[in-house]
Ligand binder design. Structure first.
Ligand code: DWN
Length: 443
């Protein structure tokens, strides 16, 4: 088996009859596909193969009961690296209308951890930049108003932009003015003409999601005031690789950023990454402070130097990842099969996008994981795409008492285990899969 490619082997390492992702064509096709592909950021042809996750369903494509007879649309999910600008990226671009459609199910406000994290960011910006009634704050991918509401509470003029009608409607009901649209150069131009420039432009977990990466960044520059700041959060590729967070690779995430790749991207489009923070949210993220003027701070220089030292700008850093992911798959299948053989009943917590990838990649279905629980009412009653495991309210853990619960939203494991203390007190146990499969008694 080549160092970067694996195909799903349904016979696998034991475990229940799998509902595996269908394997991609062979190694040569994948390597050829990478060599003929061009980088999303710099356009350079000739990418390095990193990981082939096979044919996967759309991670947020939760299936309503009435559509169970229909097959899931699947798309190749293969990851490559650009040696010219250092960007890790997927090769397939699924049309955004398919991903962020009217019934897009992701709502940020279902996580108290994320709400607290967002509030801290907003208050720091309000105080630090002296924002007030004459300021204008724009958020791209504003979802359900989870972040902008902190500015609205202080009488600051805001505008949310989000293409998903459901979350946009929820934001408006919270008093956050929201435009339901995809952000890009054109919208940035018309907004600047109509509303003036943004003093602060927020863009959390969206830069990695857009097909026209350069156009999106040009849109940020167009809308940003000359003395404004864009505050952008993205998952950090170093955390993904170092902690084996392969399940955060899905079709919504086209790019996986290092500081090196980000620096190239912003400079190419007339912006400057002047400050950066590492965050623990979402398994490890970066908060970027980007401006129209160049005044690069020490933290950026230090992270660029550390990435050069550790080789994040070289293909070798990414090469062993596929083998580690394949080893993880064997460990998880063996653990779940062993628990099942001993008569244990298993469930999961968090109908997360990453959960779809995790369950489809390790190849377990409802014969192994009876149900998944989630607080998000828009997901309850539906089924995880591909493996078709039913999604129930979180109360089901205490009502149905599975012996073990696999935490698919492992990035919120502490919040979830605190919340489910009664289930743990009643003898329930948690399985935390990332960075290594581990059975935990509770928070
Ligand atoms: O980039 C993205 C990240 C930021 O969020 C989006 N493209 C999609 C989404 O990815 P995800 O679905 O993996 O995100 P989460 O926030 O890790 O998903 C957590 C899931 O768990 C949600 O469905 C909400 C649910 N949850 C819950 O039921 N009870 C979460 C918490 C904290 C809880 O207490």
């Amino acid at each position: 088996m080549s160092e970067w490619t694996r195909t799903c082997d349904p016979s696998g390492e034991g475990g229940s009859p799998a509902a595996p992702a269908e394997p991609n064509p062979g190694v040569a096709d994948f390597a050829d596909k990478c060599r003929t592909a061009s980088c999303r950021s710099c356009g350079q042809a000739g990418l390095e193969p990193v990981l082939d996750l096979g044919m996967m369903p759309l991670s947020d494509g939760f299936v309503p009961a009435e559509r169970l007879a229909e097959p899931d649309e699947r798309f190749a999910l293969d990851v490559a690296f650009c040696p010219a600008c250092g960007l890790m990226q997927i090769l397939e671009t699924v049309p955004p209308e398919k991903l962020f459609c009217e019934d897009y199910p992701y709502y940020s406000s279902f996580s108290d951890t994320l709400l607290a994290h967002s509030r801290e960011n907003a208050l720091e910006l309000i105080e630090g930049r002296g924002l007030g009634r004459d300021s204008f704050v724009v958020e791209v991918a504003s979802n359900d108003g989870y972040l902008l509401r902190n500015f609205v509470e202080r009488g600051i003029e805001v505008l949310g932009i989000d293409p998903a009608e459901g979350p946009a409607r929820a934001a408006r009901s919270r008093g956050v003015p929201t435009t339901c649209a995809f952000f890009g150069k054109e919208l940035a131009r018309s907004l600047r003409e109509e509303r003036g420039p943004a003093d602060v432009l927020l863009a959390n977990n969206v830069l990695a999601h857009v097909a026209d990466t350069n156009g999106f960044v040009q849109g940020i520059r167009t809308l940003l005031a000359d003395d404004g700041v864009a505050v952008i959060e993205v998952p950090y590729v170093r955390d993904l690789i170092d902690h084996g967070e392969f399940d955060t690779i899905y079709h919504e995430h086209l790019c996986y950023f290092s500081v090196t790749a980000l620096d190239h991207l912003f400079r190419r489009n007339g912006l400057f990454l002047n400050d950066v923070r590492r965050l623990s949210i979402h398994g490890g993220s970066l908060r970027l402070y980007v401006e129209r003027v160049e005044r690069v701070g020490e933290r950026v220089r230090e992270m660029l130097a550390a990435e050069r030292r550790d080789g994040l700008d070289q293909p070798a850093y990414y090469r062993g990842f596929a083998r580690r992911v394949e080893t993880f798959r064997g460990q998880m299948r063996a653990l779940l099969a062993d628990l099942k053989e001993r008569g244990a009943r298993l469930a999961a917590y968090g109908a997360a996008a990453k959960g779809t990838i995790m369950l489809n990649y390790i190849g377990v279905d409802a014969d192994t994981i009876e149900f998944v629980v989630d607080r998000n009412v828009h997901k309850q009653g539906k089924y995880v795409p591909g493996v078709r495991i039913p999604i129930a309210p979180t109360e089901a853990l205490l009502e149905r008492r599975p012996d073990y619960t696999l935490i698919l939203a492992w990035n919120f494991k502490d919040e979830i285990m605190r919340q489910q203390a009664a289930y743990a007190d009643a003898g329930g146990r948690f399985i935390v899969p990332i960075p290594q499969p581990e059975i935990v008694a509770g928070a």
